[in-house]
Design a protein around this ligand. Structure first.
Ligand code: UFG
Length: 320
């Protein structure tokens, strides 16, 4: 298949692009490098440096069978400070892409959605049918895209799948010998922050909140390996049915507290990682754990690398 990967120079998009190239697809990566890295684009893919709002120029070339859409703004804190930026980039960018797809006759899309659409869940594990009450503009803008995809499936016959990621971790060693890893310029995620301290980052790890109603007072999250997550995109693409929008959670179904994650990082790295207790981070739900039963049942997806230790070990090894 000929596929467009928007945001394919970012962490998750680059792993998906690498797997698609390995699977023999013709891949075009569209990325403006606002947060991505050109050297994360797999060697076998064609790279177009442009914003997603320019998708018409690429898709207009013809022959595309589908789109995997990752290009987005994804920092919760930034979204609180600059909501307009998030609505514009995430919803506006996707609307431009969907219009370009409609004009070019491209009828399949896999969208990178998020657990942030659920906000503070009433119960866990979270089902796809649970209430969606996002607590920040990032989650709200991603939810708006999910809603838009449902409308485009109904009205324009699009085949769409939204994958709602929980906490993505690990790195991917591709067949081309390259290792694809998380390397955000502004890093907010727990595991890379902890590993940076293990490497000798100077400052201790800040643990945001120790008074949550959890076993040790720190937040619980559900970690999924980036290689497993990327594989789900291939299944989702193959399963896209015209006129239908499917939504699936993607997690491992097991929760770990922040302290437990830090303990695993200490074991894997052999470093005594210093921590300091900090205030709660605004907007952090206490517990986010996915039910991924639906995607397991409908697309036969199953995490192969569900152990947190393996995710941390892969992320650590990728740092070299
Ligand atoms: N944390 C720390 N110290 C850090 C970084 C994070 O204690 O230096 C804590 C956070 O407070 C949170 C947990 O570690 O309790 C996980 O934080 P991450 O930033 O790694 O991940 P989030 O759960 O905040 O974010 C994930 C996705 C987002 C999504 C969000 C939904 O990465 O895209 O879930 O809440 F929006």
């Amino acid at each position: 298949m000929k596929l467009l990967v928007t945001g394919g120079a970012g962490y998750i998009g680059s792993v998906v692009a690498a797997q698609l190239v390995e699977a023999g697809h013709e891949v075009v990566v569209l990325d403006d490098l606002s947060t991505g890295h050109e050297d994360a684009v797999p060697a076998g893919a064609t790279f177009v440096r442009a914003p997603v709002t320019d998708a018409a120029g690429v898709l207009g070339g013809g022959g595309f069978d589908g789109v995997l859409h990752f290009a987005a703004k994804s920092l919760v804190g930034e979204s609180m400070a600059r909501p307009g930026l998030y609505w514009d980039a995430n919803l506006g960018g996707t609307l431009a892409l969907l219009e370009a797809m409609r004009v070019a006759g491209v009828r399949r899309i896999v969208f990178s959605s998020t657990a942030a659409v659920y906000g503070e869940p009433e119960r866990t594990p979270i089902l796809e049918t649970d209430p969606t009450l996002p607590t920040n503009p990032y989650g709200a803008s991603k939810l708006a895209v999910d809603t838009t995809l449902t409308a485009f499936a109904r009205m324009h016959g699009l085949g769409a799948t939204s994958l709602r990621y929980f906490n993505v971790a690990g790195a991917y060693a591709a067949a081309d010998g390259r290792v694809y890893r998380e390397r955000h310029t502004v890093e907010t995620h727990l595991i890379p922050n902890v590993l940076a301290v293990a490497r000798g980052g100077g400052k201790p790890v800040s643990v945001f909140g120790t008074d949550y109603p959890t076993s040790d007072g720190t937040c619980v999250r559900d970690y999924v390996h980036v290689a497993d997550l990327a594989r789900a995109h291939q299944l989702a693409l193959a399963g896209c049915a015209e006129g239908t929008h499917r939504i699936y959670n993607l997690g491992s179904g097991t929760g770990f507290t922040v302290q437990e994650v830090i303990s695993v990082c200490r074991e894997v790295t052999g470093h005594d990682i210093p921590v300091v207790t900090d205030a709660r981070r605004p907007g952090d739900p206490a517990v986010l754990v996915a039910s991924s039963e639906l995607i397991q049942k409908e697309l036969a997806w199953k995490p192969d690398r569900a152990s947190l230790r393996e995710m941390v070990a892969d992320a650590w090894a990728a740092l070299g």
